[in-house]
Structures are given as structure tokens and as C-alpha cells.
Design a protein around this ligand. Structure first.
Ligand code: DSN
Length: 432
């Protein structure tokens, strides 16, 4: 299939770089837990003429003329998101997960307020109050973390911290935690201290749609997400919320705006200008794709693959943080090894397995080298890989470990075998 024929003649340099990256991703194992493959339909919507349109505002209340058709697009995206997530209100304008989360802060907190979240080294996200991010500079993070010995979040411990510190908002969301979150328990704690509960489901939205992870929507005031990652949409973000604010009289007695309205105002005009309509159209396409048996089966297989990979690796003597996984990701735990997580992820990349080094619970090494590697299965599952392929992946990872001090001679052999396996599989958006 010839891609981008116009770009090829008009800008051969960019054409060639895009093609090189596509070829690279087609011949290596994409195991970054936050990546997958968007469909051709999603990519076509991203590359559509909608990129030309300005539509500041919301459907029916724009600051430009000529928006009747794009209103339909945005409303379609919102309607489809409401259907798959079963929520009261949706905003599809945030440009990605971090801007979505920024809007959540603006809608429900004031600078200096306390927010409870996992620090980045503990498996949280930059925007959950980490010190180098706006969320840690303008707000005060109350940290919680998986227990160093078990690798699990202990809800009794979370409750103790919450009762002691009384944050105004609690994040239930992770980027490197392989277990399910207990939203009902988070909600009970939040209610005890009159805190807003916000779930960040960017990593696990597809598992929720597939019914293989608890659903936060009934328990949370707000749920934020990206639309890329396992959802396989464009790079963007969205916010789901209740309409009413259960703490309106306590925290916003003067405001005439409910929670949904405050979120909408926080996104536009609070933080952003014109919405990216080509991306919103692509999100609508992704939401439609996600509302299907094929997608739900993909979500179930993501978890089946991750569990199988974890078990196969354990059988080969590789430790897995928290003893396994219930989700799309696993953390290889190299705390007892002489090599670091960074050494290992470099060796994997040389061999054609692309992932990232990551802190693990109880890690004594610096975040710049770590003792862990985070692996995810969404992209391989999108390629149609199942348990037999996970066995192969486990074998390759085991060979990398055995040859860690001699990787330059072993890596090319592994890489060739991986390229051969990839060549036998479809890749959404790239190879039908
Ligand atoms: N950067 C993403 C991840 O890899 O988890 C989170 O936004």
C-alpha cells in the first residue's frame, strides 16, 4: 500500500522520516504500555480538511460562523463517548491527557489546595501532583504509593493518609500499576473527607469498555482520559463527569455553574482556544470502533496476553512486580540484578522490543536508571498476537537476560526473528 503519495513528491524529507518510523514500528515489538495502533479510518479523519476550521466555543454557541456541520461532528463524538462510558457529561476538546487533567484542577480546586495522587516514581502521572509539573507547583501533593513489599495499593493505608491530610481531591489513576483499582473503596474514602474523586483512565479505558476492569464512572465525580493509547484513537483527551456538583454548597456556594459547566469553561476559554476538529472527528471514529464486539474482544485479549506473558516470564525466573498483572502491563523487577532497568530496556531495544525503563515498588535505584522495565500488550494484541506469541516474547526476553553482557552479538539475531514474526501479522493503519 503506497502511503502519502502527495507528501512523497512535495516533501521527500518528511515523507522519508515518517516512512522510516512506520517501517521501524512494523518490524519491532511495540511494547510501550501506553501505545497501540490507530486504524486507517482514525488516521484519515486526523488528516482531513477539518484541520482548517476554527470553532471556538461549544456546539450551538460558537464564536465563529459556519459551524453547523462541525457542531454535528462534536455532538456525535460526545454522544458516542456517553454511550460507551455511560456518563452524564463529556468534553472532547482537551488536546491530550495533561491538558484534560489541568482543566480538572481548574474546575474543582484553587491554587494551594491539597491533591492526593501517586508520585511519578510510584506509578502515577506528572499531572497527579508531581513536583516538576504545574500540579505539584500550584497545588500540594499528598502522596500515596503501592506498598514496597507487595507492590499493591493498600486501601487501608490510603484511607489513613486521606484522613490525616484531608486533600480536596483524590486521583485514582496510574501509569505503571499492574493491578485493578478499587474505585468503590476510593469513593468511600473520598466521601469521608468531602473530597472529589477523579479517575484517570488513560491507560485502561479499553479494559473498562471490555468489562475486564472495574468501571469508575458510577463512583467518581470526574473521569479523565486520553484517546490514543489502548483506545486506538487520535492523540487527544476527553473528560467525563457528573453534571451536578455534590459539594457545590460547600466549595462553590457563590457559583451559578454546575460541575459540568465548570469543566467546560475550564477547557474553553480557561485553557484552550479553538478545538481540534479533525482530532475530535477521529475521536468519534475511535469511539464508534470501540463500541463493538471486536473491540471488547481486543480488550479481553490484552489482559489475557499480559497475564500469559507475566506467567511465562516468571517460569523463566524473571521477577514480576506485584507477582503478576490484572491489566495491560507488567513490570519486570530487576532489583536483585546487577544490571539496571535502563540497561535492560536498552538491550531490549537493540533486540527489537521497544519498551521503557521504570521504577518498581521498593526500588532503591535512581529514576534515571531504575530497577524495572514496563511492558504493555495493547499494540501486539492489535496486531492479532495471542498466547503463543507471548511465549515467543518471553523466550526473547529471557535470551536478552542471559546475554545481557554480550548483547551486541545476540541482539541482531533476536531482532531478525522478531522482524519475521511481525511480518506475518496485520498492523492496523499500516498493513491490513
Ligand atoms: N506518557 C504516558 C505513559 O507512557 O504512561 C502517560 O501519559
Amino acid at each position: 500500500m503506497e502511503r502519502y503519495p502527495t507528501l512523497k513528491t512535495q516533501d521527500p524529507e518528511i515523507y522519508s522520516l515518517i516512512n522510516r518510523q512506520t517501517e521501524f514500528e512494523s518490524s519491532t515489538l511495540k511494547m510501550i504500555a501506553s501505545e497501540s495502533f490507530a486504524s486507517l479510518a482514525v488516521l484519515e479523519a486526523c488528516g482531513s480538511t477539518l484541520t482548517n476550521k476554527y470553532a471556538e466555543g461549544y456546539a450551538g454557541a460558537r464564536y465563529y460562523e459556519g459551524n453547523d456541520i462541525v457542531d454535528e461532528i462534536e455532538l456525535l463524538a460526545i454522544g458516542r463517548a456517553k454511550k460507551i462510558f455511560g456518563c452524564e457529561h463529556v468534553n472532547v476538546q482537551p488536546c491530550s491527557g495533561s491538558p484534560a487533567n489541568q482543566a480538572v484542577y481548574r474546575a474543582i480546586l484553587k491554587p494551594g489546595d491539597k491533591v492526593m495522587g501517586l508520585p511519578v516514581p510510584e506509578g502515577g502521572h506528572l499531572t497527579h501532583g508531581w513536583k516538576v509539573n504545574f500540579s505539584g507547583k500550584d497545588y500540594v501533593q499528598v502522596p500515596y504509593a503501592p506498598e514496597p513489599t507487595t507492590g499493591l495499593i493498600d486501601m487501608n493505608h490510603v484511607r489513613e493518609i486521606a484522613l490525616r491530610e484531608r486533600p480536596k481531591m483524590i486521583w485514582a489513576g496510574t501509569t505503571a500499576y499492574p493491578r485493578q483499582l478499587d474505585y468503590a473503596a476510593f469513593a468511600e474514602i473520598a466521601r469521608e473527607i468531602d473530597a472529589y474523586l477523579v479517575a484517570d483512565i488513560a491507560h485502561i479505558n479499553g479494559l473498562i469498555i471490555a468489562g475486564v476492569h472495574p468501571d469508575p464512572v458510577p463512583f467518581c465525580d470526574v473521569v479523565s482520559s486520553t484517546s490514543h493509547k489502548m483506545l486506538r484513537g487520535p492523540r487527544s483527551g476527553f473528560i467525563l463527569s457528573k453534571i451536578g456538583d455534590r459539594y457545590q454548597s460547600r466549595y462553590f456556594p457563590e457559583s451559578k455553574l454546575n460541575l459540568a459547566q465548570r469543566i467546560d469553561r475550564a477547557v474553553f476559554p480557561g485553557l484552550q482556544g479553538g478545538p481540534h476538529l479533525h482530532i475530535i472527528a477521529a475521536m468519534a471514529v475511535a469511539f464508534k470502533e470501540a463500541d463493538s464486539d471486536a473491540f471488547r474482544s481486543y480488550g479481553r485479549q490484552i489482559v489475557a496476553n499480559a497475564k500469559h506473558l507475566a506467567k511465562s516470564l516468571q517460569e523463566k525466573g524473571i521477577a514480576i512486580a506485584s507477582g503478576g498483572t490484572d491489566t495491560h502491563l507488567l513490570l519486570l523487577d530487576f532489583r536483585k540484578e546487577e544490571f539496571t532497568g535502563k540497561d535492560f530496556s536498552n538491550a531490549m531495544a537493540k533486540s527489537g522490543i521497544i519498551a521503557n525503563f521504570n521504577m518498581v515498588p521498593g526500588d532503591q535505584r535512581s529514576p534515571f536508571v531504575t530497577s524495572g522495565v514496563r511492558l504493555g500488550t495493547p499494540a501486539l494484541t492489535s496486531m492479532g498476537m495471542k498466547e503463543p506469541e507471548m511465549e515467543l516474547v518471553a523466550n526473547w526476553i529471557s535470551r536478552i537476560r542471559q546475554n545481557i553482557n554480550n548483547i551486541d552479538s545476540e541482539a541482531p539475531k533476536i531482532r531478525a526473528e522478531i522482524a519475521e514474526l511481525c511480518g506475518k501479522h496485520k498492523i492496523p493503519g499500516i498493513r491490513p
